[in-house]
Design a protein. Structure first.
Length: 202
């Protein structure tokens, strides 16, 4: 296409087609990147949302948020791609109408020039995916050591039940005892005694 000389009014349609084609390919590359992130189980920087990790539930919530963010990004990119495809189709028809049989030569020249650029972009994306995979898999493989919550440093022997109770922590509340429990216990004992034979009731 470098050998073909355009005047300004002729070049407008060709440049518009080329610009939209570049946007479509960028959109496709971003979709590919995000889908690969989901497939490999890695999180790109824009989706790395932080939640205070105070419990296993918060870790699960953070993972769901990150996955949902990537999925929403893919949906947005597909909508954008649909709009761009419609625009490029209109530009293609307009350029074909203006240039006739020469349009196929011009279009192929544009595609060859753009495809060469996007081959390099895909290599960059692959490197980025591999880098993210390596760094995030290393974090997952890291194991955390958990220590017992109660350490007996006295000479007193603690039973397993007592140790389980202490392990529940300072915020653990014992079951609330009803203030009428003795009256209820007396009524229950009396009703149980009436079921015994008369000579055993005393």
């Amino acid at each position: 296409m470098s050998n073909i000389k355009f005047i300004a009014c002729q070049a407008k349609c060709v440049n518009q087609y080329k610009n939209i084609r570049i946007k479509v390919l960028k959109c496709c590359a971003n979709i590919y990147f995000n889908r690969q992130c989901l497939a490999r189980g890695i999180v790109p920087k824009y989706a790395d949302l932080k939640v205070p990790c105070t419990s296993p539930a918060s870790i699960t919530t953070q993972k769901k948020m990150q996955t949902t963010r990537i999925k929403d990004e893919i949906k947005h990119l597909y909508r954008k791609k649909d709009i761009l495809i419609k625009s490029i189709y209109k530009m293609h028809l307009q350029a074909a109408n203006e240039w006739g049989n020469n349009w196929h030569i011009i279009r192929d020249s544009i595609h060859n020039a753009i495809n060469q650029t996007f081959e390099n972009k895909h290599k960059v994306l692959e490197n980025k995916l591999n880098r993210l995979t390596n760094t995030q898999k290393q974090k997952i493989n890291h194991t955390t050591t958990f220590y017992p919550r109660v350490v007996n440093k006295t000479d007193i022997n603690i039973t397993k039940d007592e140790l389980d109770l202490l392990s529940k922590g300072l915020k653990y509340n014992l079951q609330h005892k009803n203030k009428f429990r003795l009256r209820n216990l007396a009524c229950e004992a009396e009703s149980a005694i009436t079921m015994l034979p008369p000579n055993e009731q005393d």
